[in-house]
Design a protein around this ligand. Structure first.
Ligand code: NAD
Ligand code: ZN
Length: 353
């Protein structure tokens, strides 16, 4: 679990007070990894509390994080600073938050990031790391994983050392998220709830978090009279609770197939989940029905024909990635999932997208 969290509009202003006791000495900098969408946005960047040798690195979120990108960042930080940093602060969406978590781990664990993709492979605690989400839905701010695309697989670094030591939840930071992106990343949260609540791994913890997040999603995406501020506040809470729900259980079919799309085509997580979920009536009939209503209400038009021109080999690559995610299938379908989830079935689903 994340050990410390503050929530509230304007709480981003507390960042300096929160991190200053964690500074080891004046030569041990804080490294701020900031989504480059905020470059030139002084409303946000003027409040980043830089001091001494602290460094601000703008990072593009156009592509999802790669293990090689983590390795390059770690090398750059080590070369630029004699002392090990006091901490890593990630400010952005799931892409930047995941990079911040991974960099914090790789600064204290030898070797390359790809060696740690999997479950509980990290042996040494990460350096102090703080997450400040600027878009809500992924739950990356609360999860014990950091999803990375490596040379062989798209898989998280799942470990007890991955979660942030501190999170600052300031819903005001999400005010300029474009509408489509708001929907895609918000639906990631909704899909987390559906997959968790309908999974075989469901338990009292995942259910209580999942039901709360699901209720919040209904209010945010289906009610008419919610103020903009209320909607931002609620989505930030929903994201947290949805993340907690899957932390105690697992995701399901939409995520398994979406990882395949992302691995082959680079389709980003939020939009990829939406594209897949739109075709999953068979697995989640009620969830998909409501999803279609939300899509209509917010006039979202998903891309069509993503897989129209793919070769058999390319379908096979996506199917291999999806089938490799065994825990997701066990959660979604049960222990005998291999009898139901055939390669042909997955190909048929991908062909619809
Ligand atoms: P993102 O970080 O990829 O950002 C999406 C877009 O929104 C980018 O263009 C970004 O610049 C922009 N953006 C972000 N904040 C903004 C703001 N305040 N104003 C204007 N634009 C803003 O989006 P995401 O959906 O949050 O993250 C997706 C990533 O999260 C994927 O890499 C996925 O693998 C990862 N993920 C991780 C976990 C986890 O548990 N670690 C869970 C789900 C997803
Ligand atoms: Zn997700």
């Amino acid at each position: 679990m994340v050990s410390r969290v503050v929530f509230g509009r304007g709480s981003f202003n507390q960042l300096g007070d929160i991190i200053s006791p964690k500074r080891k000495n004046i030569k041990a900098p804080f490294i701020f990894l900031v989504d480059d969408v905020f470059k030139g946005n002084s409303w946000l960047t003027s409040r980043i509390p830089l001091a001494y040798n602290d460094q601000l690195l703008y990072i593009s979120a156009d592509e999802e994080p790669k293990t090689s990108q983590v390795d390059e960042l770690v090398e750059q930080i080590i070369l630029n600073h004699k002392d090990r940093p006091s901490g890593i602060i990630g400010i952005g969406g799931g892409t930047i938050l995941d990079l911040a978590k991974a960099v914090a781990i790789l600064l204290t664990n030898e070797g390359e990031a790809k060696n740690y993709q999997g479950w509980d492979l990290v042996k040494t605690p990460a350096i102090y790391h703080v997450g400040v989400p600027t878009i809500s839905g992924t739950g990356a701010e609360v999860s014990r994983t950091t999803v990375l695309t490596g040379p062989q697989k798209k898989l998280g670094i799942n470990s007890d050392y991955t979660p942030f030591d501190q999170v600052i939840l300031d819903p005001e930071l999400t005010k300029d998220v474009p509408k489509d992106q708001w929907f895609y990343t918000g639906m990631d949260c909704y899909i987390h709830c559906i997959e968790s609540l309908n999974g075989t791994y469901l338990n009292a913890f995942s259910q209580s978090y999942g039901e709360k997040a699901y209720q919040l999603c209904l209010e945010i995406f289906m009610e008419d009279n919610l103020s903009v501020e209320d909607s931002q506040d609620k989505l930030m809470m929903a994201s947290w609770h949805g993340g907690m729900s899957i932390a105690y259980s697992q995701v399901g079919v939409a995520h398994a197939l979406s990882y395949g799309l992302s691995y082959l085509l680079g389709t980003k997580h939020g939009i990829g989940n939406c594209v897949v979920f739109d075709h999953l009536e068979e697995f989640y009939p009620d969830g998909v029905k409501l999803f279609k209503q939300m899509k209509k209400k917010h006039q979202i038009h998903l891309p069509q024909g993503l897989c129209a021109h793919l070769s058999d080999e390319e379908f096979d690559i996506m199917i291999d990635v999806a089938l490799g995610l065994e825990p997701l299938w066990i959660n979604a379908v049960g222990k005998n999932w291999k009898q139901v989830i055939t390669r042909d079935k997955l190909k048929g689903l991908y062909q619809k997208m």
